[in-house]
Design a protein around this ligand. Structure first.
Ligand code: FES
Length: 84
């Protein structure tokens, strides 16, 4: 988890690519970066909701209201940059 311009951002590395999500779980604000990471899925530790780290989609039901916010990521040299 990183703080970018006062926003907590969870950065995940999947298949050689980086993805960034708002670190606050859309359900009740727990740290997504502190969740359980499997494949391209992060499972929140508090109530176990699951999100795709590639696009922030809430995976436990088809309801975009609960999708996690995502941010564009680029790699420049050895730096991972997140655009808010
Ligand atoms: S706070 Fe993440 S699932 Fe409830």
């Amino acid at each position: 988890m990183f703080v970018v311009n006062d926003v907590m951002v969870g950065v995940f590395h999947v298949g050689g690519k980086f993805f960034a999500l708002d670190n606050r779980c859309p359900h009740a604000g727990a740290s997504l970066a502190g969740g359980i990471f499997e494949g391209d899925t992060i499972r929140c530790r508090i109530h176990h909701w699951r999100f795709c780290v590639r696009d922030g989609k809430y995976l436990d039901e088809d309801n975009a209201r609960w999708n996690a916010r995502t941010f564009p990521v680029r790699v420049v040299g050895e730096d991972v940059q997140v655009e808010l």
